[in-house]
Structure formats: C-alpha cells, structure tokens
Design a protein around this ligand. Sequence first.
Ligand code: ADP
Length: 659
Amino acid sequence: MSTSRRNTLSDQATMAHDIEQRILVLAPTSKDSQFTCKTLGENGIRCLVCENLASLTQEAERGAGAVILAEELLRASITELVDTIARQPPWSDLPVILIAHQGADSPATRSAARRLGNVILLERPTRLTALVNAARNALRARERQYQTRDLIVARELTARALQESEARFRTLVEQVKDYAIFMIDLDGRATSWNEGVRKVLGFEENEFLGVDVTETIFTPQDLEQGIPQAELQDAAITGTAGNDRWMRRRDGSRFWASGVTTALRDSQGVHIGYTKVMRDLTPSKQAEEALKQADRRKDEFLATLAHELRNPLAPLQNSLNILQLTAGEDATARHLCETMERQVTHLVRLVDDLLEVSRITRGKIELRKGMVELASIVRNAVETSQPLIDAAGLQLSVALPEEPLVLHGDPVRLAQILSNLLNNASKYTNPGGKIWLHARREGDQALISVRDTGIGISPEALARIFDMFMQVDQGTHRSQGGLGIGLTLVRSLVEMHGGAVTAHSEGSGRGSEFIVSLPLAAGEPRSESAPLEGGASLLRSRRILVVDDNIDSANSLGMLLRVLGGDVRVAHDGRTALQTIKDYSPNVVLLDLGMPGMDGLEVARRVRKRPEFQDVTLVALTGWGQEDDRRRSREAGFDHHLVKPADLAALQSLLVGLD
Ligand code: ADP
C-alpha cells in the first residue's frame, strides 16, 4: 500500500472518530450557540454549531456524540430529528441535552422530550459547570454505546467469516470426487452427500440422504458379523475407527474401500453423529492380489520343478554308486566316477535347496528337534564341506569351547546352516585363503562365526544378502554356481530355531564374516549312531522287490542292491508287483508311490489285506517327504518312508536293520 493511500485511510479514521465525538449545538441565537461551543471547547469538548433544526438533523445523520438543544426550538417541527433518532441502530441511543426554562414541564416539552428518547433536561439559568458535566456524562454514555457497536460489528464479522469459510469448505467437500465424504446421524442415516458419494458409492444426493448407511453399504458377511455397529462403537469410544474392507455400491457390486469413521460432537461435546470418508482402492487391491497369486504360483512352480528334477537324479545316483562299487582299480574309471559324483552331488544340492526354499516360502518345513551338541553339528558340517574347501585350495581352522554347548534343534538342519556358510566361504575365497569357524557361548546363546579372507561383500550388497535369489555380480565368481537361495535358507532355518544370523564385511576384497546366534538349551545331547560299514555281503539273504514305473530308476536301484549282495526282483507297475510278491515272497518291497494305474498306496493297502503277506516290510520311495505324505503312506500300511534319491547309507541301514 502506498504511503499516501495509508495516510488517506488513517485521515478518514480520524475524521470518523471526530464526527462521532462532536456535540451538535443549536441555541436560540447563533451567538448563544457560539458561546456554548466556546465554553465547552475550553473544557476539551468539541462542538459544531448548527444553524437550524434541519442542518442539525443532517449532521446527526452523519454522526454525533450528543446534541445540545434549546427548548424554544421544539416549537418548530422536530419530526425529521425524531425520525432520525428513531432510525438509530439498536446499540445507539443519541443523548440529547435539552436546555429548558425553569419549571418547564409543559405538556409540549414533555411530549417532545419523550419523542427525542435519551433526553437530559437542564434548567435555565444553566450553570456552566452543570452544562460541562452534562456534556461529559453524555459523551461517556455515548462512548459505551460505541463499544457495544464495535463488539457487535466484530461478532458479525467473525460470524460472516465463519459462514464464508464453512461455505467454502462445504463447496470443497461437495466437489471432491475421489473421496466419498458424508455425515451420518446416531441412527446411521446419511445427513450429507458429496460428489464422491456418487463416484464411489453410486448414489445421487436425493437417493442417499436419509438412507441407513450401516445397512446399505456393508457386505452381507459384514452385516452378519455386526461390523457396522462395531465400527461406530469403536469410533464413539476412541474418536476414530478405520480400516480397509470390501464394501457394497448402490448397484450391489463390491469395491475395496479404505475408510475412516470419526465421531462428530457439537460445541458442548455432545455426540451427534459421525463423518465418514472413504476411497475406492479396488485397482490397487486387485494388483496386490494378482502379485500375491503370481508369487504363490511361482512357489508352486518351484516346488513342482524341484520334485520333477529329483526323479531323474535317483537313477543317476544309483548308477553312479554301482559304478563306484564295481570300478575296481581302473584309474580312469575311478577318476570319471569321482567327477560324476561331484557333479551329481552338486545337482542334488541345488535341487534340494530349491525344494527347501519352496517349502520354506509355503511354510511347509518341519524341524525334527532334539538335544544336540554343537560340536557334533560342526563335525558334520565340516565333513560335508571339507571336499569343497580342499578343492578350493583353502585352509579351515575350527575352534570350539571346552564346555559342551547344547542346543535344542534339528541336527540335520543345524549342520545344513553351517555347511552352507562354509560352502559359501569356499566359493567366494581365492585359493590360498583361510576360513575360520569359531564358536563360543555368550550368555544363553551360542555364537558361531564363519569368517573368510575372500572377496568380501560391498555395503550395498550386505543389506540384501539374505534376500531370495540375491546374488552379487562378481564377474568370474558367478561361475561358482548356485541359485542365490543358500543364505535365504540359512536365515529361515536359523530363525526357525529361534536364532539370528548377520553378515559383516569391511567391503569388497576384505573378507566376510557370518555370525549365527542360537539359543542354548539345558539338557543332555542325543548320542549319535555309529557309522555304517559298507560291503558286498551286506544284503546277503535279503529278498528285495523294487517297484517303480520309471524303468531307469527301478533297474539302477535293483542293480545297486544286487551289487551290495541282495537278491533283487524289479517290477514296473502295481499289478506285476502284487503278483511278484505272491510268487517271490520278498522280505522287503521298495515301492514307488506315484505310478499310473494302481499306485503304490493301493498296492500297500492290498498287501496289508492278505494275511500271508503280513511279514513283508513295505518301504515307500517317493519324491514327497512331508509329514502329510508320511502319514498317508503309514495309513496305507507302509513301514518306512524314504525320499528319492534315497541316500545310500540310509537305505543300507534300513535294509540291514530288517530281520
Ligand atoms: P549362491 O551362493 O547360491 O549365489 P547364497 O544365497 O548362498 O547364493 O549367497 C548369495 C550371494 O551372497 C552370493 O551370490 C554371493 O555373492 C554372496 N556371498 C555369500 N557368501 C559370501 C562370502 N562368504 N563372501 C562373499 N560373498 C558371499
């Protein structure tokens, strides 16, 4: 604002103030008027001399603090002045000081005084001090009227501002399209509507107002469970209630609503209803569902893939075992066998990892927990990983505490955790490097550290190292093979044991350390069974029937068992198997479960129905090894359940143990 304009505004305010404070004077002669004005002026009271009643009335219209009027002038018509006074706003009551003759209470004076309203009567001869006092009192009273006026104006301004902002807010709410925003009363009936209600819920304003929202927009399932009332109660108690759920549009179609209900209270705090705000998030909900479904399908695919990959591995491993047992002293054959052994073992490990990870993601892994000593787990893990460590030209040093550290866990899985870490250390460390496996107790935890002098891990990669399929791009080291699920498995298995695993590295080229902490258990470790001795006479006197529709699988297992000294027959379907059991009376039947026609479970059921077959031991050989699968085979009459490709040692121990 320019200075001159500011000056004009403040000048105007001063002028208005002067007009409001002045006293309009009308005496019988202009000399009298001048005298009165002078006298009052000497006492700090500003006056304006008016020439006649008409000009006084005119000035009064503009504004005045009071009026001093001589009684004689009432003889003329005072209608205009009376009208002006009558038109005053309610806060205003203009004081009129009437100077009258002594004892002037003629009916005319009284009636005029009544018509003029707020009249102060001063009798002549008027003492100057009385006039000044009367003028001061009148101005003081007038000042209070001005204060009342200012208060009223301020209130009106506030009320108007509130009304305007409310109207603006209402317009805003009404025009919001993506959010249904409305109020409901205590009975759940809609009392307001906005554009969003049309878009989100499909109701026009006239259809919506008065509708019982709690009955209309919730799904029948939610209505049955009393969700709408529960939500309102929740909002009434806590102030707001909100959640995401499926809701119903006017046409009955469903949409995924994200909404909040807020209790509405009046200025006294009395609960008068609710406001509801809701948005249609169906597209993002659908996208989320689609992602989840895709993820589920991926998990299922991985599970099927891993299972299908197991089948061809079984005959391969069997054949390899036979070759190893029959290779004799032929150096080339031994070398080839070792190479194949390494590769098949690698393949089996990959497939096992895949299968495991798909089980973990589907929450289908089971721990067979017992009391185990950490030292025996470390021994097993080192035994598994030592060939890889040796092949990588690395040196491993193991340090365990004197005291036994007992864990409550699954020994196979615990060893798997450590051997995965040892395998990684050997995969990602250059020849000549070192690996340390150290364990110690810290409070009620066992801390196991696997550290290497390898290629290290960058800080960015460290943050994601345990994520599924995560592999750091390391050029040549990628050829080490792996699917990027080893560490995911490690973390899942550690967590299933109530522990935690962390990765540390100073950065690329500076080695890595993985620290596993596991809760210690109080108790005695389980004693381990003695390792099995191998030998060609191991299975002498065993009559074994192998049944598998995969001809390679059946034949190679048959050959392997023959090499171990067993008397073996092979069948490729359920019917032939039953006939062979009758003719051959085997001691044990190794029976594949998934076969076309009569499957393994059915064969087992039929065998168990015949009293003459009661002594035969039935062993299920299958790609499925979950508790559910084991229960099903047990119910069908199987004595044992082995997962393909069956580990030779496990198979031997089972067959030797049979009497
Ligand atoms: P994989 O070894 O099959 O690729 P993992 O889940 O076992 O999968 O490991 C994920 C990634 O973490 C590896 O690809 C590798 O880049 C990195 N990593 C794991 N262990 C080490 C280690 N000891 N030193 C350096 N990098 C490692």
